[in-house]
Design a protein around this ligand. Structure first.
Ligand code: AMP
Length: 482
């Protein structure tokens, strides 16, 4: 698969077809997407650095986010999506890690962009309406082992790390994801539901699988997801055939009794990834949506969204607990290793190791971290230490939690040491420990326990040795970090 060629083909054959829809009004057609991204790519080729360093694209679910993504890769540089839900301090750390002189922004950027020039909606509008696109050719595009996108995830040192995904990784991933639930031909022109922000790699599953099959991406904005009535209306208006979300989001929807086949009569398949899909959630979905398939997939950002899949039948959902996360896609090998790096036989638990054609080339600008987690096997295949615990049974992978302090909160990946290290940077804090609160087998909250730093103002009255911040202050500080 060559994703850019696929989009180009659709733009030529069906220029009016809607590629992206957000609510009822904000849409962009394949023809517009192709033409606008060519124009912006032409501008970038002329004005941005010749080294083709990656560009940050800041915003939410605006149709021009896609224009910016494609313009970057058509001008031979990777893009790095940053959603509005990312706290400013995190945005600043991400921008600081990227040497490019521009930031493309479809929403107002409040974080400090340092020396970078922010191209907001007005600047983008001028470029998109004025620039001639004929300077962009296929040779300029990102190809093969060049980085196509970079997604930053939580890092245990308190600084986010950017996972580099190459054009080949994305294309190999799409060869497989376009066949999940139905054939690529059957998917042609279908509506894909987008829940995850573009800075979360789950969004690659809906965004690019949709673009690869000439589909329409229907985005649910953050404000819609936070308002039940709007959410149900949005879901009904989507007329989605392919659902992509975390299981947590499906649980939120399931808590409304109106969430069922009548609301989404055309829905054919639920694609889940990112966290445990419980038997209970799968069974409820099967009851409410008798006409839809439920598919569980597993994988980290470091191996391009997902590498295993399993169709969760009613039989599987009732007889096998916990559910398997599936068998590896073509081009991927899963091994289970013990602490010394020896492969374990079927049934034994150990670290899940992913080898194959969608494994990232490493963390952007972080050779040290790359060497810790990535390797090249004897046959030249790239491999990744997931830090996940699991075992294989009858060709299926089973997930059993983590071997470190990484957790998932509402589908988002967080290293507890990341939160601790950032809380510890606060002037009032000497030391912090973050503990996850569990509900129904999932992390539902984080609590930070802190040792207050003794200052001169505390003076003689308080030794500070065991004092803690007030609960309110702790909660406030933690919020600004997570
Ligand atoms: P992310 O990089 O944000 O996609 O997070 C990747 C991590 O999410 C994996 O390393 C697992 O710990 C977890 N994960 C992904 N898919 C599943 C799944 N189907 N079941 C359980 N955990 C999952």
């Amino acid at each position: 698969m060559d994703i850019l060629k696929k989009i180009q083909e659709c733009a030529k054959q069906n220029p009016q077809r809607i590629a992206f829809r957000q609510g009822c009004e904000d849409t962009i057609s394949y023809g517009e997407l192709w033409e606008y991204s060519d124009r912006l790519a032409a501008w970038l080729l002329k004005h941005a650095d010749e080294e083709r360093t990656p560009l940050a694209v800041y915003g939410h679910k605006h149709p021009w986010m896609l224009v910016c993504f494609l313009a970057c890769v058509k001008s031979g540089r990777a893009y790095c999506p940053i959603d509005i839900s990312v706290p400013d301090a995190r945005v600043e750390a991400t921008l600081a890690a990227l040497p490019s002189k521009y930031v493309l922004a479809t929403e107002e950027l409040h974080a400090d962009a340092g020396e970078k020039q922010v191209l907001g909606l007005d600047a983008l509008e001028r470029i998109l309406s004025d620039v001639q696109a004929d300077t962009v050719s296929e040779e300029n595009w990102v190809h093969g082992d060049e980085t196509y996108y970079i997604i930053f995830t939580s890092g245990s040192t308190g600084t986010p790390k950017g996972v580099k995904i190459t054009a080949d990784c994305l294309n190999y991933y799409l060869d497989w994801s376009t066949g999940l639930g139905s054939s690529p031909e059957a998917k042609q022109g279908q509506v894909f539901l987008n829940q995850a922000p573009f800075s979360f790699d789950l969004s690659v599953m809906d965004l690019y699988t949709s673009l690869a099959t000439g589909g329409t991406l229907y985005c649910l904005e953050k404000s819609v997801q936070g308002d039940y009535r709007a959410l149900l209306q949005g879901l009904a208006a989507s007329k989605a055939q392919v659902w992509v979300s975390t299981p947590s989001f499906a649980d939120v929807c399931l808590s409304d009794k109106n969430f069922g086949q009548e609301l989404l009569p055309e829905l054919e398949v639920f694609l889940f990834c990112g966290e445990t899909l419980t038997n209970k959630t799968a069974r409820k979905l099967q009851e409410r949506f008798p006409g839809a398939k439920v598919i569980n997939t597993y994988g980290p950002t470091e191996s391009t969204v997902a590498v295993t899949d399993v169709l969760v039948t009613q039989e599987l959902a009732t007889q096998e607990e916990p559910l398997p996360v599936g068998s590896p896609k073509p081009g991927t090998r899963i091994e289970i290793w013990d602490e010394d790096g020896a492969a374990l036989p079927e049934g034994e638990k150990g670290e899940i190791i992913i080898l194959g054609d969608t494994v990232s080339t490493g963390y952007y600008g972080r050779v040290d971290l790359t060497e810790k987690s990535f390797f090249v096997s004897g046959d030249g295949t790239r491999g990744y230490h997931t830090g996940d615990k699991g075992y294989m049974k009858n060709g299926m992978l089973y997930y059993c939690g983590r071997i470190d302090l990484q957790i998932k909160l509402h589908g988002y990946r967080i290293e507890l040491e990341d939160v601790e290290s950032n809380i510890s940077k606060l002037p009032q804090v000497e030391h912090a420990v973050v503990v996850p609160g569990m509900r129904g087998g999932k992390v539902s909250s984080l609590t930070a326990y802190i040792v207050k730093r003794v200052t001169e103002a505390d003076g003689e009255s308080d030794s500070g040795e065991e004092s803690t911040n007030t609960a309110d202050e702790t909660a406030k500080d933690r919020k600004s970090v997570v």
